[in-house]
Design a protein around this ligand. Structure first.
Ligand code: ARG
Ligand code: ZN
Length: 874
C-alpha cells in the first residue's frame, strides 16, 4: 500500500486536548485517554471518525461519557472507526492495554532492562492508544503516570511537572506532567524507571531559568558531563546564531540501552540511545565525544525546527531533519574547526548519500511516495536535506537566510508546515524566485557537473564551460536542470588568487549560479593561464568532473586557499591512482612515481604548523574503499579495491616513514586526556600517521600500535583496530585483554565486536559468524547488532562482498531473523545491498540470489519495501 504526497488531505477531526492516564505494568500497561475533539471546520461534515491503533487490546470506548457498544464502532488491524460522532465538540474516552515487555519492535511503549520508555516517531503512538496518529494533528497533553514506587521511582513525560505523590494505600505512586505547547503525537514521550540523574541549569537570554536533567542507569552518573556541557553550549549557540530560546522550565534527557535510532527530540524530554550520552575518557573515543556533542545539539535544535514548527505530513520529513542537521553542522563548525567539519560532512554525504542517490532506493529529499515511512529516515532526507538548506544560505547570504528563518517561525510557530512554507519565507525575504531551486526537493539523483577552463592568451580571458546532467533514477527518467551554487576561484602561477572579473564586475564571493544544461562564464583580464579551483567549500552536493591534469591537481594540493578544495585535491589525486589500479587489477598503478609525489605532498601538509592538526589529520586519510568503489561505479571487484588501497598506504608509509614516525612519537603524547577539539585534533594527527605507518609491512609497522600503553579509548581502539588486521598472537592477546577489561561495559564491548567485524582479513566472514554465537552477543540489542552485523556490512567492503557470496548470505540470514521481531533494525541492515548492481558479475549473481531468497520469505512491510526496491525490475 503505497502512500502518495499528492493525496494529502487534512484530518476530518481535530483533537484539542489530550488527557492520558497511564498505569505502567510490565506486561499489561493500561492507558486511559480522554480526548477533547471537534470536527475539522475545513472538512466535509459527518465523516466517520477513524483512529489509528496497533497491537492494542481495547477495553472501553465512550462518547460524551456514554459507553459505546461493539455495534457502534469497527475494529480492524490498524484502526478503530466510530461511525457517527456529533457535529459539535465532543469528548472521546478510550481505555486500552498494551504489553511493554513483549514490544520487541522498540516502537510505542516498551520496557528495556527494567526501564519503561517510548519511541513514537513516526507512527509509534498508535501502539500506545487509539489516536489520530499523524503530525498535523496537534494537541495539548496532560499526562498522569502511575507505577510501582519501588521498581519505578522516576516518572517523566513532556513539559512541566505539575503534581506528584503516592497512591494512598498502595505501593504505587504517580506524577502529572503538562505540556502547554500543542504537539503532534510523535513528540509524545514517557519514561519510568529506576534511574539516577545529573542536574544543572541554564539561564536563557531573556532570563528564564531552565532546569536541566540527564537520567541514566545508576552508576553511570560520572559519564554525563560531556553531554551536559554540550547541551549548554547548544542552548547558548542557538540563541546567538538564530535568536532561538528554550521555552519550558525543564529540559530532560534520558539515556536508554535499547533504542532503534540515535535519539529522539520529544518536547522537553529527549530520549537517547545511551551511546550518544555516556562518555568518560577511558570508555569513549574522540569520535564518540564528537557525535555526542552533535546529536545532543541536533535534538535540542529540534525544539524549534521540529517541535515548535512541525511537519504537515511525513513527506515533509526533511523540513525538520534537513534543517536541523544543517543547524547542528553549523554548530559543530562553530565550536570546532569549520573546514574540518565541512570535510567530515562532505565525506559522510559522499559515502552514504551518493550511493543511495545512484542506487535502486534513490528518492528525492522530499519523497513523493513511500510504503513504510520508517525506511525514509535516510541520508538523502537528512544529509542531502541539510545541503539543500546550506545552498539556500549560500545563495541568499547568511543574513537574508537568517531573516527567512525568522519569517518562517513568525508565520508557522505552532503549526504543521511544508517545505513550500519554508522556501516561501526564503523567497519572500530575498525577493528571489526560488521555483527552480525547489527541484532540489523533488528531483532525485546526484547532479553531474562537468567543468573545463579555456584560456585565451590574446584576449586574456578564461572561459569556464559548465554543463550539468541529472542522471535518471527509479521513477524519474527525465530531469530538469537545477540551480547549482558553484563557488570558484582562479589561482595564478605563483599561487595568488586572481580577481574574478565577470561581465564588467568583480565577483567578490566567487559564487556562480549555474541554471542551464550548458553555460559559459567568461572571466576578463586574466594575465596568464590560471588554475581553477571549483566547487569551493563543497558549495553543492554534486559530482564534479574537471579537465584538470595531475600537475594542476598537485598544484591545488599546495596552493589552493580554500581549505576544503586543498583537501579535495589530495583526495582526487589519490582517488585517480586508486581507481586506475583497482580497475586494471594492477597495484603498480598506485605505487609508482605519482604515489611518491603524493606522499611528499602529504608529508609537507602533515608538517605544516600553520594548519590545524585536525585538518592535517584529514589530509593524511586516503579515500576509503567505498569511496573508490563509488568512483569506479561499475564492475567493482572489492578485492582489487582493497589491494590497491593497501598498496598505496604501504607506499606512502614507506616513503615518508620518518615524518610519520616523528608525528606519531611527539605530537602531544603525554598530556592528560581532554576531549576538547584541539586535543582531539592532535590525537587524530598522531593516529592518522600511525595508520599509514602500520601499513608498511616492514618490521615495526603494525607493532607501533601500542595497544597496552594507550591511556584513553581513542588511542586504545585505534591500536586495537590495527592489530585486529594481523594474523598473529599479538592480535589475539590484545583482543583478549580488551575483552577481559570491558566485558561488563556494553558500550565498550560494542567496540570490541565492531573492531573485529571491520578488520579486513580473509576469514572475516567466519570471524563474524563465530561472534554471532558469543555469549555476549544478542540480536535483541540494536547497538550490539549494529556493532557486529552493521559494521561488517557497512564498514568491511571486502569482507561483506567476499567473492563467494558468504558475506551476503550472512547478512540476509541475520536480517531475516531480526525482521521477525524488529523490522526497523532489519530493514536498515538490508540497506547494505543498495550498491549490488555496481559489482562485477560474479558478486552481482551472489547478491541477487541472496535478495531473491529474501523476497521469497514472509517479510515485514519495512524489509519487503527495501528488498523489492533493491531488486528492482531489471
Ligand atoms: N527524529 C529523530 C532524529 O533525527 C529520529 C527518529 C527516527 N525514528 C525512527 N523510528 N525512524 O532526531
Ligand atoms: Zn533529527
Amino acid at each position: 500500500q503505497t502512500k502518495f504526497l499528492r493525496n494529502y488531505a487534512p484530518p476530518a477531526y481535530l483533537i484539542e486536548e489530550v488527557a492520558l492516564d497511564v498505569h505502567l505494568a510490565p506486561k499489561n500497561a493500561r492507558i486511559a485517554s480522554k480526548l477533547r475533539m471537534r470536527p475539522n471546520p475545513k472538512m466535509a461534515p459527518g465523516q466517520p471518525l477513524v483512529l489509528d491503533g496497533e497491537d492494542l487490546a481495547l477495553e472501553r470506548v465512550a462518547l460524551d461519557g456514554k459507553d459505546l457498544s461493539p455495534g457502534d464502532y469497527a475494529l480492524s488491524d490498524g484502526s478503530l472507526t466510530i461511525n457517527s460522532v456529533p457535529a459539535q465538540p465532543f469528548t472521546l474516552e478510550i481505555v486500552t492495554l498494551c504489553d511493554p515487555e513483549a514490544n520487541t519492535e522498540l516502537s510505542g511503549l516498551y520496557r528495556s532492562r527494567g526501564t519503561y520508555c517510548t519511541q513514537c516517531e513516526p507512527e509509534g503512538f498508535r501502539r500506545i492508544t487509539y489516536f489520530i496518529d499523524r503530525p498535523d494533528a496537534l494537541a495539548v497533553y496532560t499526562v498522569r503516570i502511575e507505577a510501582d514506587r519501588a521498581t519505578t521511582p522516576v516518572l517523566l513525560s513532556n513539559g512541566n511537572l505539575i503534581e506528584q505523590g503516592d497512591v494512598a494505600g498502595t505501593d504505587r505512586h504517580f506524577a502529572v506532567w503538562h505540556d502547554p505547547f500543542p504537539k503532534p503525537s510523535y513528540l509524545f514521550a514517557l519514561v519510568g524507571g529506576d534511574l539516577a540523574s545529573v542536574h544543572d541549569s541554564f539561564t536563557t537570554a531573556s532570563g528564564r531559568k531552565v532546569a536541566l536533567g540527564i537520567y541514566v542507569k545508576p552508576g553511570k552518573e560520572d559519564r554525563c558531563g560531556w553531554a551536559m556541557e554540550s547541551l549548554k553550549r547548544a542552548m547558548r549557540w542557538d540563541e546567538e546564531r538564530f535568536g532561538l530560546e528554550y521555552d519550558l522550565d525543564v529540559f530532560n534527557i534520558v539515556a536508554v540501552s535499547d533504542f532503534n535510532m540515535g535519539a529522539m527530540e520529544n518536547k522537553g524530554l529527549n530520549i537517547f540511545n545511551d551511546k550518544l550520552v555516556l562518555a568518560r575518557p577511558d570508555t569513549a573515543s574522540d569520535a564518540d565525544y564528537h557525535s555526542i556533542e552533535s546529536v545532543i545539539a541536533h535534538e535540542y535544535f529540534h525544539n524549534w525546527t521540529g517541535d515548535r514548527v512541525t511537519c504537515r505530513d511525513w513527506f515533509q520529513l526533511c523540513l525538520k531533519e534537513g534543517l536541523t542537521v544543517f543547524r547542528d553542522q553549523e554548530f559543530t563548525s562553530d565550536v570546532r574547526t569549520g573546514p574540518v567539519e565541512r570535510i567530515i560532512d562532505a565525506r559522510m554525504l559522499k559515502t552514504h548519500q551518493y550511493p543511495e542517490d545512484a542506487g535502486p532506493l534513490a528518492h528525492p529529499v522530499r519523497p513523493a511516495s513511500y510504503i513504510e515511512i520508517n525506511n525514509f529516515y535516510t541520508s538523502t532526507v537528512y544529509e542531502k536535506g541539510a545541503e539543500v538548506c546550506r545552498m539556500l544560505q549560500t545563495l541568499l547570504g547568511a543574513r537574508p537566510f537568517r531573516k527567512g528563518l525568522d519569517l518562517y517561525f513568525e508565520r508557522h510557530d505552532g503549526e504543521a508546515a511544508t517545505v513550500e512554507n519554508f522556501v516561501d519565507a526564503m523567497a519572500d525575504v530575498s525577493g528571489r524566485d526560488l521555483t527552480q531551486f525547489m527541484l532540489w526537493y523533488t528531483q532525485s539523483g546526484t547532479p553531474e557537473l562537468a567543468c573545463s577552463l579555456d584560456y585565451d592568451p590574446h584576449a586574456k580571458t578564461a572561459k569556464l564551460h559548465v554543463s550539468q546532467v541529472v542522471p535518471p533514477t527509479p521513477g524519474q527518467t527525465s530531469k530538469e536542470p537545477m540551480l547549482i551554487p558553484l563557488k570558484v576561484g582562479l589561482i595564478g602561477a605563483n599561487g595568488d588568487e586572481l580577481p574574478l572579473k565577470l561581465n564588467g564586475e568583480i565577483l567578490t564571493d566567487g559564487l556562480l549560479e549555474v541554471t542551464d544544461r550548458e553555460q559559459v562564464f567568461e572571466f576578463h583580464d586574466v594575465p596568464a593561464p590560471p588554475t581553477p579551483s571549483l566547487l569551493r567549500d563543497f558549495s553543492a552536493p554534486v559530482r564534479l568532473t574537471t579537465s584538470l591534469d595531475a600537475n594542476q591537481i598537485e598544484f591545488l594540493m599546495m596552493h589552493d586557499s580554500d581549505p576544503f578544495n586543498r583537501w579535495q585535491a589530495t583526495q582526487t589525486y589519490a582517488g585517480n591512482l586508486l581507481t586506475a589500479a583497482a580497475r586494471e587489477g594492477d597495484v603498480g598503478r598506485a605505487t609508482g612515481k605519482e604515489a611518491v609525489r603524493l606522499a611528499q605532498a602529504l608529508a609537507t601538509a602533515a608538517r605544516d604548523d600553520t594548519l590545524r592538526p585536525a585538518y592535517r589529520a584529514e589530509t593524511l586519510k586516503l579515500p576509503s574503499e567505498s569511496d573508490i568503489a563509488r568512483e569506479l561505479a561499475r564492475n567493482v571487484d572489492t578485492d582489487a579495491v582493497h589491494a590497491a588501497r593497501e598498496a598505496l598506504r604501504a607506499k606512502i608509509g614507506g616513503s615518508i616513514g620518518d615524518t610519520l614516525a616523528a608525528l606519531y612519537d611527539t605530537a602531544g603524547t603525554d598530556a592528560p586526556f581532554s576531549p576538547d577539539p584541539q586535543s582531539a585534533g592532535l590525537r587524530a594527527l598522531r593516529l592518522a600517521a600511525l595508520d599509514l605507518l602500520a601499513a608498511t609491512k616492514a618490521p615495526g609497522g603494525a607493532r607501533r600500535a601500542h595497544y597496552r600503553e594507550a591511556s584513553n579509548m581513542t588511542d586504545a581502539i585505534m591500536a586495537l583496530s590495527i592489530l585486529s588486521q594481523l594474523q598473529s598472537p599479538v592480535r589475539d592477546d590484545a583482543l583478549a585483554h580488551f575483552y577481559a577489561r570491558w566485558e561488563d561495559e556494553p558500550l565498550v564491548l560494542d567496540k570490541w565486536f565492531a573492531v573485529q567485524a571491520r578488520a579486513t582479513r580473509p576469514d572475516s566472514v567466519e570471524t563474524v559468524r563465530a561472534l554471532l554465537t558469543h555469549p555476549k552477543f544478542s540480536l535483541k540489542n540494536p547497538n550490539r547488532v549494529r556493532a557486529l552485523i552493521g559494521s561488517f556490512a557497512q564498514a568491511n567492503p571486502s569482507g561483506f562482498n567476499r567473492a563467494d557470496g558468504a558475506g551476503y548470505a550472512l547478512l540476509a540470514g541475520q536480517a531475516l531473523e531480526i525482521d521477525r521481531f524488529n523490522p526497523h533494525v532489519a530493514a536498515r541492515l538490508l540497506g547494505a545491498f543498495e550498491s549490488w548492481r555496481t559489482l562485477e558479475p560474479g558478486r552481482q549473481r551472489h547478491a541477487k540470489a541472496a535478495l531473491e531468497d529474501l523476497a521469497g520469505q514472509s517479510l515485514s512491510t519495512d524489509s519487503y519495501e527495501i528488498v523489492t526496491k533493491t531488486l528492482g525490475d531489471g
